[in-house]
Ligand binder design. Structure first.
Ligand code: PDD
Length: 282
């Protein structure tokens, strides 16, 4: 039996009901995180909690504390007998009759649950295909908002095209994937869009930049075009659930030799070591 959390209470999944007046439903009025844990240990938990607090602040949700969130996610993991999972947590502005303006005297509502998750080992080795499309999202993409319509529509376009991800661009300048950050390697330099309002500053993105630093791989946080993407030696997408995944084809163009590149492989190796270290350094 799985245990989930909603509006102040832990409940068996089968018995959990949610309030239809929760603003998450009709306005997507909230923020979220997906936090991975491996062999019972959270990975980059602090970073996810900081980003969640920051997203809440950016959309002016008040009355939520980091300690409260920490205690919910910790207890939720402990109450479930899932060793390797992805914890989803969202904070909505609250429960009230539908009215655009913020409600007064209403507390934010936390929803959290866990799904079993496995490492994406096969795609990490063999790579995936991506398509490209125009990025028509709002201008606060650094906020991890519940409003994901463009993202889900663009992911679906990838699925329909037999691909794994859609890489989005604004006037040919690559921003990020529908649910991932995007990196290219050209002449040994690892490049990714700067962390501004046009992308989510992925926790995995930051891990990859740190790892590159340790491996003496030159990094460049500046934007690149769709054309540069297709002419890259290596392309990778990163996220909490996708980890570091090579992209071996973009639209109809084969990247490099059509296989995972060497820099991608070296970064993945350290990333895996970091995951395993979690359980050695307790
Ligand atoms: N998505 N960009 C977007 C638009 C994302 O939705 C995500 C993550 C990322 C990568 O961020 P991180 O490395 O912190 O997971 C970048 C999550 C996993 C999701 O919505 O399921």
């Amino acid at each position: 039996m799985k245990t989930s959390f909603y509006n102040g209470e832990f409940r068996d999944d089968d018995e959990l009901t949610v309030q239809y007046r929760d603003r998450a439903f009709y306005f997507g009025d909230g923020v979220y995180e997906v936090i991975r844990y491996y062999d019972g240990e959270f990975f980059t938990l602090d970073e996810h909690l900081d980003r969640l607090m920051n997203s809440a602040k950016e959309i002016e949700i008040e009355g939520i504390s980091r300690d409260e969130i920490l205690s919910v996610v910790t207890e939720l993991k402990d109450r479930n007998t899932i060793d390797n999972g992805a914890l989803y947590i969202q904070i909505s502005r609250g429960i009230q009759n539908r009215n655009h303006a913020y409600p007064v005297d209403v507390d934010p509502v936390i929803l959290a649950y866990i799904n079993e998750a496995r490492r994406p080992l096969s795609q990490s080795e063999n790579g995936v295909h991506a398509i490209t499309s125009e990025d028509y999202r709002w201008l606060k993409c650094h906020v991890k908002s519940l409003n994901l319509l463009p993202n889900v529509m663009e992911k679906e376009r990838a699925v329909k095209a037999g691909a794994h991800e859609t890489v989005m661009h604004r006037d040919r300048v690559v921003t990020e994937g529908s649910s991932t950050n995007v990196f290219i390697v050209k002449n040994g330099i690892l490049k990714t869009h700067p962390a501004n309002n046009l992308i989510l500053n992925g926790i995995t993105r930051l891990e990859v930049l740190k790892i590159a630093g340790r491996l003496d791989i030159e990094t460049d946080e500046s934007a690149f075009t769709v054309e540069e993407l297709k002419e890259a030696d290596e392309v990778m997408i990163t996220s909490t659930t996708q980890e570091v995944t090579p992209v071996v084809k973009v639209d109809d163009v084969i990247i490099g030799n059509g296989q995972r590149g060497e820099i991608t492989r070296r970064i993945q190796e350290v990333f895996s070591t970091n995951i395993h270290k979690l359980n050695l350094v307790k």
